[in-house]
Design a binder for this molecule. Structure first.
Ligand code: MIC
Ligand code: SF4
Length: 643
């Protein structure tokens, strides 16, 4: 039987386990990346492992999220990460150098390699044929220390593309279309391979938009073959030597195949508050728009920006609309400036933001109250923009420009003729904002620079045999990690201060939760399906841990969050019969007995002492996961000599 692209890379990196979908496998990781919002915690965790230098082929620490330095906290964290990078052998990408995924694609990613990153959009690297996955900070720390990365062997899905996109229909519309088809949980447990004749019409930045947004499907990762187009991109980045050809075997077997004819697609838009709430742009024609944001790791490549500039050239945006542009990297910004396209953008009335995540994570540029914001980003979860009642829609850069020019949601196909935009044969290479580490010899005496905002992380408890506690919070389906641990400019600076962060836990759902959880001492949360989708932030596990949460019972979990819960020593349990979810009420007293025996049998019985009902729960863990839970989390397990 032939192999898919992902299976080939997995086979080459397999440390242990069977390559059968559903079994646990351990992978050797070639490259890691972190960003600052998850990085501080990841490096604190790495430090406790006592490893003198990172053991990967390449590890990069990016600063791109917490770049609004409205106090000392972010600047202190940047300095801490920089000192860690210098001492432990990582490259340090300075603030201003760009968004981790864009810069990694440009300068470091290599086809056929494995990459994990403490950011859920790490699969962007799949655009050049990497097996690139998002992970919790602690898993990345372990990989930096030379430890394997454990995942469930994914199923293989294939999307076959035929035809060619029409003008004004873009890779972003392909992403939105697949979200419409599969939904935000349609990719859970799968790798999505993109193939078919149609991929020959897609450049690397377009492919990277698609793999980036595969994250919104809940997929383990997404991947394109590495072909002549990949080669041309790497050569243009001066990295032709990094190219290898990579394709699936003709007789590779897929669990699901989806066909999309690119030539039939139309501009699409995801409505508030979920990336899969997708309709045709034309169906919302005339909706008034207050704000437009172009950028983020989904749509901030030079190609995207050149198209935006060409469409804005010689025109002025509506006075009622505020338009922001954040190029994905310094390379993009500087090439835009050199060719004059930046002037065209600015002359139209756009505001230039720095090369960073910015508005995507609520780091400034929040919309007005109740404002309609059209964004080329990948997430539109409630409250994420920083404005609680903001109405965020996700669109392509072309649709974004159409809205900025007309002041309302407008099908970009009505803009007339699409100007010809081509990618350059050579990108401008300047790696001066990537600081190299010290030599291992020099590194020994280097200090680590810590600010006062770094507080000790919460202590986890080994799993006991009985748990008798209260159900402090019951939430519904598709709860995101932005619900569990919101981000935004006010809260993000405290990513290394769990006690402070804890005040905001579940703030979007129930502001009283932190107080009630603390008062309960220990507690259980109940959720619906796809609990913990979205960001990879391990804070969505560490903060509940700090607040005494010992178990989460849900209909199903998102992959990275389930791993983060186990890593934090919190037990993720699922209902044997999902309809039992309805039997539980917030405030009930719950009891789970004989947990150790249940871990072995795979079933636990939950007694709702308030209603007297008994509910069967699935606790299907691997031996390693059981050992981690019994040890009280991954850090403790690693401390027992299990790196
Ligand atoms: C996001 O897009 O939600 C983030 C911010 O990039 C997160 C990481 C974080 O919470 O720091 C992600 O996607 O993993
Ligand atoms: Fe940054 Fe937004 Fe991409 Fe997350 S999704 S890495 S916040 S640009």
């Amino acid at each position: 039987m032939g192999l898919t692209i992902a299976q080939k890379i997995i086979k080459e990196h397999l440390v242990s386990g069977e390559m059968t979908a559903g079994s646990e496998i351990a992978l050797r990781i070639d490259q890691t990346l972190t960003q600052d919002a998850t990085g501080t915690m990841a490096y604190l965790e790495f430090e406790t492992m006592g490893v003198p230098q990172v053991r990967t082929e390449l590890s990069v620490a990016y600063i791109d999220h917490n770049t609004l330095q409205s106090g000392f906290e972010n600047a202190d964290d940047h300095r801490f990460i920089q000192s860690m990078a210098k001492k432990y052998g990582l490259r340090f990408s300075r603030p201003g150098n760009g968004i981790c995924h864009q810069v990694h694609l440009e300068r470091f990613g290599k086809p056929g390699k494995t990459l994990i990153g403490s950011d859920s959009h790490t699969p962007t690297g799949g655009g050049i044929g990497m097996l690139a996955m998002g992970a919790g900070g602690l898993d990345v720390a372990v990989a930096m220390g030379g430890g394997a990365y454990y995942i469930t062997m994914p199923k293989m899905y294939k999307v076959n593309l035929t035809g060619k996109l029409r003008d004004f229909v873009t890779a972003k519309d392909v992403s939105l279309e697949i979200l419409r088809i599969l939904s935000v949980k349609g990719g859970v447990g799968a790798v999505i391979e993109w193939g078919g004749e149609g991929i020959k019409t897609l450049s690397v930045p377009e492919r990277a938009t698609i793999t980036n947004m595969g994250t919104e499907l809940g997929a383990t990762t997404s991947i394109f073959p590495s072909d002549e187009i990949t080669k041309a991109f790497l050569e243009a980045e001066g990295r032709g030597d990094d190219y290898i050809e990579l394709k699936s075997d003709d007789d590779a077997v897929y669990d699901k195949i989806i066909d999309i004819d690119l030539s039939t697609l139309e501009p699409m838009i995801a409505c508030p508050h979920s990336p899969d709430n997708v309709v045709k742009v034309s169906s919302l024609k005339g909706t008034k728009v207050d704000q437009v944001c172009i950028g983020s790791c989904t749509n901030s490549s030079l190609l995207d920006m050149l198209k935006v500039a060409a469409l804005l050239k010689g025109k002025t945006i509506k006075p009622e609309v505020s338009l922001s542009i954040s190029p994905g990297s310094r390379q993009v910004l500087s090439m835009l400036a050199d060719c004059g396209a930046l002037s065209d953008i600015l002359a139209s009335g756009a505001r230039l933001l720095e090369c960073a995540c910015g508005p995507c994570i609520g780091m400034g540029f929040s919309p007005n109250s109740g404002g309609v914001s059209l964004r080329t980003f990948n997430r539109n979860f409630e409250g994420r923009s920083g404005t609680a009642d903001g109405q965020v829609y996700l669109v392509s850069p072309e649709t974004a420009v159409a809205a900025a020019l007309t002041g309302e949601i407008t099908d970009p196909m009505l803009l007339g003729k699409m100007p010809e935009v081509t990618m350059p044969d050579a990108f401008k290479i300047d790696d001066s904002a990537v600081i190299l580490p010290a030599s291992p010899e020099e590194a020994k005496d280097l200090p680590i620079l810590r600010g006062p905002n770094i507080k000790p992380f919460p202590d986890s408890k080994p799993l006991g045999d009985d748990l008798s506690t209260q159900l402090t919070l019951k939430v519904g389906d598709n709860i995101t990690t932005d619900h569990i641990m919101p981000a935004g400019a006010k809260i993000l600076p405290y990513r290394s201060n769990i006690p402070h962060l804890s005040q905001y836990c579940f703030g979007v759902c129930d502001e009283t939760f932190p107080k009630r959880a603390k008062a309960a001492g220990e507690s259980i949360i109940v959720g619906g399906s796809n609990y913990g989708q979205g960001s990879s932030r391990e804070h969505a596990a560490l903060v509940p841990l700090y607040l005494g949460v010992r178990a989460v019972i849900a209909k199903s979990f998102a992959r990275i969050h389930a791993a983060n819960l186990i890593n934090a020593g919190i037990v993720p349990l699922t209902f044997k019969d999902p309809s039992d979810y309805d039997l539980l009420t917030q405030g009930d007293d719950l009891e789970i007995k004989d947990i150790y025996a249940g871990l072995d049998s795979g079933t636990l019985i939950l007694t709702d002492k308030t209603s007297g009902k008994e509910i069967a729960l699935v606790c299907d863990f691997t031996e390693r996961q059981k050992a981690i839970l019994k040890a009280g989390g991954l850090l403790k397990y690693v401390g027992q000599g299990n790196l």
